[in-house]
Design a protein around this ligand. Structure first.
Ligand SMILES: [Zn+2]
Length: 444
């Protein structure tokens, strides 16, 4: 008889060592196109060193490398990240530039499955067996000088050109869960498409949907996104991949559908008063045509309005979905649709302003450096999200710092002065330091 795994053994898959070794395993299987014998440092060591820099939220790879190995026979990159030799930052960038970005896809998949095995995903169901993935575009590089062949280009009237790189990012989320679970993004970049026309958010989203289905073929997925996506081609594509959707539908973008809805003698309605004295008003209509075109998909429409205790409307939005709406699920669907902002707030905003240096230039390279640095930053964020979800020690520690940046700043200082045999050692030191600081404060 198989024994039921304990909570401890389930969480073991989500420990720093388990996550780090999954990443190491993936990195050692990436084909190395360099001439062997001439390479001083392995591909694993170059990629892992770059990752460690993102993990500790350092803004300079060169400075980070210098500090971890300064005057010591051993270093934390070796003991914690299994890096045998540390490449110089120029060598490191050269290696990372040449790694195919797709090689990192298995890591995102593996972490998702590790979370699933540890039963950490169950609270993320927005409806029974349905997980919501919000999608949105973000640009992580913009320059008038630095560019590569994959850069998107925007020509200005004065003759100058802005070069940029973006991604169509997806993340699983739930209205009641603070953490988000990122998935492998789709680059918004030129050479990936093979088309003459420039790549764009909507084309990247179409590729993203196909890849997400391939990565999670049996998972019930609800895609949510802004008004850009509530158009027939995207709706049809999501349905063809056996997924569901809830997309923002602005009345101005859907005049025909709004006229159609106006012809009903009133819509089914639901009104809920909450404990704060606010009123949530929902109205909906199933099976309405998305546009005037003969083959327009039939969608289900939700309108939501929030009125505060003074009777003032403070929020209003509308969505279209393929899920049949009734009075039992309308509030949950609207809440799911509203939760879309988390991809901007909890994901992009955190990556930009909470120490991850998303818009910082770690180097542009000739091939994949810019996108790979984004992926490594996202993986560092993913590690930290997993700790926040599943590690009680981390949760405790996180609470004692004003924000994440302050926590990682302390960590960066610690790894300069001490060499730790394991992540647990490093973490105990951090907790111990925190406890001592509190005692010191009390005795003052
Ligand atoms: Zn570029």
């Amino acid at each position: 008889m198989r024994s039921i795994p304990s909570a401890h053994s389930q969480k073991k898959h989500l420990s720093f060592d388990a996550l780090r070794s999954t990443l190491s395993h993936c990195l050692t299987t990436i084909p190395d196109s360099r001439v062997q014998g001439r390479c001083q440092h392995s591909l694993h060591d170059a990629m892992m060193s770059a990752f460690a820099c993102m993990f500790f939220q350092d803004s300079s790879i060169a400075e980070f490398q210098r500090q971890v190995q300064e005057g010591k026979n051993n270093n934390n990159l070796h003991t914690l990240f299994d890096v045998q030799t540390i490449p110089k930052d120029t060598q490191l960038r050269d290696v990372v530039d040449n790694v195919s970005s797709e090689a990192l896809r298995p890591v995102f998949k593996a972490y998702f499955h590790q979370l699933q095995r540890a039963k950490q995903l169950e609270p993320f169901q927005v409806l029974p067996n349905l997980y919501m993935c919000a999608i949105d575009g973000v640009y992580h590089h913009s320059s008038e000088q630095v560019h590569c062949e994959q850069c998107l280009t925007k020509k200005h009237r004065n003759g100058s050109v802005t070069y940029s790189h973006g991604v169509l990012q997806g993340a699983f989320m739930h209205p009641e869960q603070r953490q988000v679970i990122p998935v492998m993004p789709e680059p918004i970049a030129n050479s990936e498409t093979g088309y003459q026309k420039q790549d764009c958010e909507i084309n990247a989203a179409k590729r993203f949907i196909a890849h997400l289905k391939r990565d999670h073929p049996r998972l019930g997925i609800l895609i949510t996104g802004d008004g850009l996506f509530s158009k027939a081609p995207m709706v049809n594509l999501v349905l063809e991949h056996n997924m569901h959707f809830v997309f923002v539908a602005k009345p101005d973008d859907h005049k025909y559908m709004m006229q159609w809805i106006a012809n009903y003698d009133g819509l089914p309605e639901l009104s809920v008063n909450d404990l704060r004295g606010r009123v949530h008003r929902y109205s909906y209509q199933n099976q309405v045509p998305l546009s005037a075109k003969e083959d327009a998909p039939l969608v289900n429409y939700i309108h939501y309005e929030l009125t505060n205790e003074k009777g003032k409307v403070t929020y209003r939005n509308s969505w279209v979905t393929d899920i049949v709406i009734d009075k039992h699920n309308v509030a949950r669907l609207a809440k799911a649709g509203r939760c879309r902002w988390k991809i901007e707030n909890e994901c992009f905003n955190t990556l930009k302003n909470q120490g991850y240096h998303l818009n910082h230039n770690f180097g542009h390279g000739k091939k994949n450096l810019s996108h790979n640095m984004y992926l490594l930053t996202l993986l560092a964020f993913f590690f930290h999200q997993i700790f926040e979800l599943s590690d009680p020690d981390y949760q405790l520690c996180r609470k004692s710092y004003v924000n994440k940046m302050a926590l990682w700043e302390t960590f960066r200082t610690l790894i300069i002065y001490f060499i730790f045999d394991s992540w647990n050692d490093a973490f105990s030191k951090l907790l111990e330091g925190r406890a001592n600081a509190k005692v010191h404060q009390k005795n003052k």
